[in-house]
Design a protein around this ligand. Structure first.
Ligand SMILES: CC(C)(COP(=O)(O)OP(=O)(O)OC[C@H]1O[C@@H](n2cnc3c(N)ncnc32)[C@H](O)[C@@H]1OP(=O)(O)O)[C@@H](O)C(=O)NCCC(=O)NCCS
Length: 188
């Protein structure tokens, strides 16, 4: 049996910064959410690829809520680190801040979690190194990731169950206070 290989969280911590230029703005003059997502995907890849030493793919994204808009002229910085590793997957935590140099302000726009899976040359998921936790924050994030994983699993089961058991005919009354109207004769 081969000995377990460990890499510290600090080894793969990755930061990227990018100035938000007018070309990145949407029709409302704010920065496109899609552009920020693309930058997050990039930093998640760099972090996961460094930890695993391999090619990685994005499997799921959690916690993408843009609580404040990002403006043209602000400097966006993304801090990524491996919060948790499974066998072939890694949970990458990404904290996003936007700095306004003219006003001297910094805002925390969101913290999101990307699950990345490392793939081998055969295209199949490949084992990644274990994680060496060197600080209280490292331990807290790892424990939080375990909770996140358990909650995701039970949420998924509940959702699947709710979908399977959804009975349109008996539950249609729940629409009474919703902002929708049902076309006459739709049940035919
Ligand atoms: C994700 C993928 C690699 C899973 O492949 P698979 O053959 O089903 O492999 P497994 O079931 O062994 O899963 C591999 C790992 O992914 C994790 N995983 C699978 N689906 C997941 C999901 N929906 N959310 C979080 N993790 C997931 C598993 O838990 C497992 O982690 P572990 O090894 O640490 O325990 C495969 O579905 C894939 O290649 N998807 C496309 C990814 C891609 O192209 N991304 C770019 C999007 S544009």
């Amino acid at each position: 049996m081969t000995e377990e290989q460990y890499k510290p969280v600090s080894y793969s911590k990755t930061t990227i910064s990018e100035l938000m230029i007018p070309a990145y703005a949407n029709f409302g003059g704010k920065i496109h959410g899609g552009l920020l997502l693309s930058l997050m995907d990039k930093v998640a890849y760099a972090c996961a690829s460094k930890h695993s030493g391999g090619y990685c793919v994005t499997v799921s994204i959690e916690g993408v809520e843009f609580l404040q808009p990002v403006e043209v002229g602000e400097m966006v910085t993304m801090f990524a680190s491996v919060n948790y590793v499974g066998k072939t997957s890694m949970l990458i935590g990404i904290k996003v801040i936007a700095e306004n140099f003219l006003e001297g302000t910094v805002k925390h726009t969101n913290t999101s979690y990307f699950t990345m899976v490392c793939k081998g040359a055969d295209g199949k998921p490949r084992q990644v190194p274990a994680l060496s936790l060197e600080s209280r924050d490292d331990v807290r994030r790892f424990l939080e990731a375990i909770k996140r994983k358990q909650l995701r699993q039970s949420y998924k089961e509940e959702l699947d169950n709710a979908k399977t058991n959804l009975a349109v005919d008996t539950e249609i009354d729940k629409l009474v206070n919703e902002r929708c109207k049902v076309a006459t004769g739709f049940l035919i």
